[in-house]
Design a protein around this ligand. Sequence first.
Ligand code: HEC
Length: 206
Amino acid sequence: MAKLKMFMYKVFKWGLSVIGLTVSITGITGEVSVNLGSPLTESEISRVSITIFPNGHNLPKGQGSVKEGEKLYVELCSACHGESGTEGPSNRLTGSIGLFSFMDPLRIMRIQEVNGLLVMSTGQQWPYATSIFDFVRRAMPHYKPKSLTNNETYSLTAYILYLNDLVNKDAVIDRKNLPGVEMPAFKRYVRAWKNKSAADDFIPRP
Ligand code: HEC
């Protein structure tokens, strides 16, 4: 019992001296350093801070046309996504409205309508057009992510939207009109936040 008391006393004493030490360091320097390295510079942060929010926040300057996008698509994307964005082998970019319930009486007809492939496509699954820009710029082409310029990304986004009949063949996409492109999937998603524009919930705090 005496031993235990002694032990408790030592723990208490150590605790006090750790607090004392922390307080005295704080007293001298004004802040406690935990030695995590040096702060990132603005340019280091801007290289990784590339998230585009659903409402278009953070979209860069620049623009791209469907026509330009088509050329880039043939050159950089069609090998994996297919000539018309449906053949694969990688994900479908247009077409299929996805998996259907076995209870759906029109299932057979719908499968025929989408060429037999039971997979979702970007155009039918994604609720925000702005996310296509974000994803393509950060992840595509698969073998060389982050290699596309902003203008190239706008063009490819425009072309994917065109493949989905969401913009016309002469469309030019930029930071102003991209957030206004309404995706068919938007209404299929359940909003977690009622009484507000879903996009507004994603505006980052300053
Ligand atoms: C080497 C093969 C390859 C090339 C080339 C390629 N992709 Fe992809 N792409 C993929 C794969 C694999 C995925 C799925 C990645 C995942 O889910 O993480 C994908 C996914 C995508 C998606 C999301 C599909 C979805 O709905 O989930 C888009 C959009 C896309 N690619 C666009 C492009 C564009 C635009 C280009 C040309 C600049 C391109 N890809 C070039 C392989 C490729």
